[in-house]
Design a protein around this ligand. Sequence first.
Ligand SMILES: Nc1ncnc2c1ncn2[C@@H]1O[C@H](COP(=O)(O)OP(=O)(O)OP(=O)(O)O)[C@@H](O)[C@H]1O
Ligand SMILES: [Mg+2]
Length: 587
Amino acid sequence: MPIRILDSHLIDQIAAGEVIERPASIVKELVENSLDAGAQSIEVEIEAGGVRLTRVRDDGSGIPEAELALALSRHATSKISSADDLAAITTLGFRGEALPSIASVSRFEIVSRHVDAERGASVSVDAGSVGAPIPAAHPPGTTIEVRDLFYNLPARRKFLRTEVTEQGHIVRLLERLALSRSDVAFRLRSGSRTLLDAPALKSKDGNGATADRLARIVGREFAAQSLELDHSAGPVRISGWIGTPSAARATSDLQFWFVNGRAVRDRLLMNAVRLGFRDVLYSGRQPSYVLYLDIDPALVDVNAHPQKLEVRFRDSRQMHDFVFRAVERRLAATKPAAGALPPAWSGIGEHATPLSSLLDLRVAEAGAPPGVWAMSEALSARQAADYAAPPDADNQSPLGEALAQIHGIYILAQNESGLVLVDMHAAHERVLYEKMKAQQGTVATQLLLAPIAVTLKVDELDVLMAQRAEWQAAGFELERLAPETLVVRAVPALLPREDVAALVRDVVSGVAEDGASHHLDGATDRLLGTIACRSAIHAHRRLTLAEMNALLRQMEQTPRADQCNHGRPTWTQVTLAELDRMFLRGR
Ligand SMILES: Nc1ncnc2c1ncn2[C@@H]1O[C@H](COP(=O)(O)OP(=O)(O)OP(=O)(O)O)[C@@H](O)[C@H]1O
Ligand SMILES: [Mg+2]
């Protein structure tokens, strides 16, 4: 083929490939345009997860009729005009690419009325060709309607997920945008259902209005468990909220960064916060935070990522340090006393089921009446007494006899060939997972005496209900009582029952977040894997010797017990010969 310049419609479609990944990308571009136009109120309407329809209506400045067609051309923007402007960007958009890109992969219509105009006008785009403006009734402001996303790019369409998943992405995105501007009203509807309603808040002193918005969007729970932060140095200011270490989560879904009002997922900033938390977070837990960075626009380049999700600081080292120190200093007062147990270890809650009942100790199976827990206490007292004594010589168990727990993470045991080390969380996760899998369909369920109501976001509950069959196969009996209310009537008998609500929430956010990361086939297995991971004992849980031994015995009876669901090993052996070599014995 000879070299040639591509036609402009194809160029737009290629550009769309970088920016428009899914319906949520469209919402992002359109809402950012509305914010740039000074809108006070933004309404988003979607159908079929935004694929069939995404409509954004604002009360911003509008576009003059004469410029309407121009707004749909590539490289046409009202936001910058020179390299100097590019070096200090104060608007969310600046490339003049979003509208033509969206219009090239959908059926597109824009209706707008400029604040100074007597009437509005509309323009539609058909297969890349922009029609002439025709008069249309519209209050000052703009409405953009995007239908049948990727109708002309079947290959892209195939990458779209289910409606509820796409809807979830849109809700998460609008939540971010709503957190960035508490002075603007945001509303999201799908059909007759309201998925998000955030009225505009007048700014009070300091962060007052944003604090109200925060409670509404990320929940009062976080608001109550977080520390306010506000620190300035020269041209930079960091403000917002960081969750106390006990508000840490299993997933990173509560991490928000805004740079000059723009929502970003910037690695440098996220690392800096993580580092600030390093001494107070326990393994695998994720910090939660909502942080705002305000900085002289000349010191940050926002033209560094196709979707503008990352930024580049003129002095990145210094910025990293500034953020890290601000976070660390704010947390300094909250460090737990040495040796003290932190308030909430696992997503299961503070007073989780005695482990022995989870592990279903063999001694209990032998028919001991006093209750598993009492039995295990008695056992551990006895074993603690002969702690130093070597295990029975005739003990043939492959994983041997537990001796101690190391740093709350590993179990140290002794078997015939030497030393055994077990990662207790990974091992327990595998045991639970295999048990649930083996019982699938015939899972022993436990009817709850009092059904438990769990409040979730509408879209999260949509996702959950779409997977109801899998939950059922895993032993849950669930019913949606109201758009935001789930009732749990039964749970798998294997699970702890103390904080079912927290477990369900943890699993929902886990499933949404890591989707396929559990390396397991099929939706049911994935769900079981997530449940197992979320309900397995977490690091730093103190175990009695009896509990440790119970876990070892269960591992011996569990298929594939050598690896956890994530493919990490669950235990390892150090033989006597290896130990001898380490100490140069017998040479
Ligand atoms: N809702 C709106 N209200 C008023 N003007 C708008 C609106 N949406 C778009 N415009 C006008 O249309 C122009 C083109 O929009 P488009 O999103 O394509 O580019 P941009 O926002 O300038 O840059 P970017 O591609 O980075 O988003 C904008 O510069 C703005 O002047
Ligand atoms: Mg734009």
